[in-house]
Every structure is written in structure tokens, then in C-alpha cells.
Design a protein around this ligand. Structure first.
Ligand SMILES: Nc1ncnc2c1ncn2[C@@H]1O[C@H](COP(=O)(O)OP(=O)(O)OP(=O)(O)O)[C@@H](O)[C@H]1O
Length: 313
């Protein structure tokens, strides 16, 4: 495994009492990536993160962190994890909570505590009791706890869940800063696609325990870029071959509707050409698929919903 690979998940399956909740998951995360794990409630995101973090065992499969020959338990020391709500002592101050973590991790450098509080923007309130903190402040304290020990890799399960808009922006900026300035690699789960869209460099889509798609941010943009939809009352093959003759590429079908993804190669006068040729075109319009639309299309397709299934022609 190359030095640039932070995590390898190999054929991981998890069963609870005979029910499969993760089904043969394999994925690789490279150094410097912000990997967004998307999935609906119950898709298996937390279960996968727990297996990576070592707090749950895979029924089958393997996890390799920082190299396949490394002892996974040792490599996990290079990893910071926030799964579900970060556990902290509410009747103690932020600085004391962090000091406990520093001692538990046997980190000799005491100055790291203040430094970490500064990174997450809590140094000014370091002496305040945590039970007086807002949810956003608690999340940032959780991040500080995960950051003590200078991890190379951070796992954050739904880090913006329940945060107000300012808290969401703070968390987003913090993740980007830690990634850019410190080169920390992230695995972040969320069901809020639009938010994940602002930070992730790569995506995995988990659906009912299966990883149904892996995309770079660029591929995701490509999936969600504008397309043209043509509705018609014709033999679909005739219209498709007419379009191909005119140089149109990347044509697919959704039911009987024709979708053109490569809009750059569509002649301006396409509609008038179609009408002149007496094709019965009922509608012709540009559409922009959002990340949510794409997710819905993909997850419904995997359920075999013919209405949204897109097939290349
Ligand atoms: N300890 C457990 N015992 C039995 N089933 C479990 C256990 N933990 C999780 N599950 C089941 O595994 C499936 C995946 O749950 P998981 O929490 O990983 O999903 P998720 O994608 O994180 O969802 P959410 O966004 O709601 O947290 C669910 O059907 C859940 O009921």
C-alpha cells in the first residue's frame, strides 16, 4: 500500500443477528482527501465508521490504516474520531476536558492543549464549564479532543447535525483549514448533501448497506451539470440516430425521454432541426440536476425504479 493511502476498507461485511447491514464494502482513501460518505438514515454510515475506528468488529473483511503491513491498532493512534456525540465532562471546563485527553493519550507536550483550543476557536472560553456550551461549541470541543495527538486522519460522523447556520459555517471552515494547513485527511458522513458538497473532494454513496457509487468531486460536478431533456411521441431510436448524425454525444434515456449530457456539442438550432424534420417533440428543455436529485436518481435506480432509471444508448 503506497504511502499516500491512508485507509483501505477491503470487502467489509457486517451482520447483526443474521441481518446484513454492510454488504461487501471496499474503498480507499488517499492522503489529503476529504471523503464524504453519503447515505440515508440507516444506510450503514455509522456502522462502517465504527468498524474503521475499531469500536465494532466486521463480520468479514479487513481494514488497513496507513499501510497494510501496519498493526491496525497502532495505526489507529494516528486517527481522531468523533462518532455520535463527543463524550466530555459537562461540569468541567474545556481546558480540563482536553487536559484529561492529553494525559490519557500520554502526550508530554502540555502546550498542545492551548494550541488545540486556539485552532478550534475555543481558547477565549477555555475556563467555561462545558455544560454552558452551545451545541456548536461542543462539536468544536469534540474536534479539539480528536485533534489532540496530531492525527493524520479524522473520522467525523455527521459533524454538523443539529448545528445552527453559523455553527455549520464554522465547522465547514475548520475542516477545510485543517485539511489545507495541516494536511489532515477526513472521512465525514452526512445526509446533508449540499453541505458535504462544499467540502468533500470525493464521495461514496452508501445505500442499504451497499456502496453504490464512488465519485471524485469533479465526477460529481459532471453528474450534476446541466443536461437537455427531450420529450417526444416518436420511435426513440429514430430520434437518437438523428441526434447522433448531427454530432450529439452522451445520449441516454430515462423511460422514453432522451437526455443529452454533453450540452456543449449540441447545435444551437437543434430544436428547429427536429421540428423541421417533423419529429413530434412535445417538450425540450435544459435541466440542472442537483446533488440531491442525483442521489435520489441513483438510490431509486438501485431499487429498480424504472421511472428514474437512466440508461445509455
Ligand atoms: N447495535 C446494533 N444492533 C443491531 N442493529 C444495528 C446496530 N447498530 C446499527 N444497527 C442497524 O444497522 C443499520 C445501519 O445503521 P447505521 O447507524 O450504521 O446507519 P447510518 O447510515 O449511520 O444511519 P443514521 O444516519 O440514522 O445514523 C440500521 O438498520 C440499524 O438499525
Amino acid at each position: 500500500m503506497g504511502q499516500d493511502i491512508i485507509l483501505k476498507v477491503l470487502n467489509v461485511t457486517k451482520e447483526y443477528k443474521g441481518q446484513t447491514v454492510l454488504n461487501d464494502i471496499s474503498l480507499t482513501i488517499h492522503r489529503g482527501e476529504i471523503f464524504g460518505l453519503i447515505g440515508e438514515n440507516g444506510a450503514g454510515k455509522t456502522t462502517l465508521m465504527k468498524i474503521i475506528a475499531g469500536s465494532s468488529r466486521a463480520t468479514e473483511g479487513k481494514i488497513a490504516i496507513l499501510g497494510e503491513n501496519q498493526n491496525t491498532q497502532n495505526s489507529r493512534k494516528e486517527m481522531g474520531v468523533i462518532i455520535e456525540h463527543p463524550a466530555c465532562y459537562g461540569d468541567m471546563s474545556a481546558i480540563d476536558n482536553l487536559e484529561i485527553i492529553r494525559l490519557a493519550k500520554k502526550i508530554p507536550d502540555k502546550s498542545l492543549v492551548r494550541e488545540t483550543l486556539k485552532i478550534v476557536g475555543l481558547d477565549d472560553v477555555r475556563s467555561k464549564k462545558v455544560n454552558k456550551f452551545s451545541l456548536g461549541m461542543r462539536q468544536r470541543l469534540g474536534l479539539a479532543m480528536a485533534l489532540i495527538g496530531s492525527p493524520q486522519f479524522l473520522i467525523l460522523d455527521e459533524p454538523i447535525n443539529g448545528l445552527d447556520p453559523n455553527g455549520i459555517i464554522d465547522m465547514r471552515n475548520l475542516i477545510k483549514k485543517l485539511n489545507q494547513d495541516r494536511g489532515i485527511t477526513f472521512l465525514i458522513s452526512s445526509h446533508i448533501l449540499t453541505e458535504l458538497h462544499l467540502v468533500a473532494t470525493r464521495y461514496g454513496i452508501l445505500h442499504e448497506g451497499s456502496l453504490i457509487a464512488l465519485h471524485s468531486a469533479q465526477e460529481m460536478e459532471h453528474q450534476c451539470r446541466p443536461s437537455i431533456k427531450i420529450k417526444h411521441d416518436e420511435n426513440v431510436e429514430d430520434v437518437v440516430s438523428f441526434l447522433r448524425d448531427k454530432g450529439v454525444t452522451q445520449i441516454s434515456l430515462e423511460g422514453n425521454d432522451i437526455i443529452i449530457r454533453d450540452t456543449a456539442n449540441v447545435p444551437k438550432e437543434l430544436l428547429s432541426m427536429l421540428v423541421k424534420t417533423n419529429y413530434r417533440i412535445t417538450e425540450y428543455f435544459y435541466q440542472q440536476e442537483t446533488l440531491e436529485d442525483y442521489f435520489v436518481r441513483l438510490t431509486r435506480t438501485s431499487l429498480g425504479d424504472q421511472n428514474v432509471q437512466s440508461r445509455a444508448v
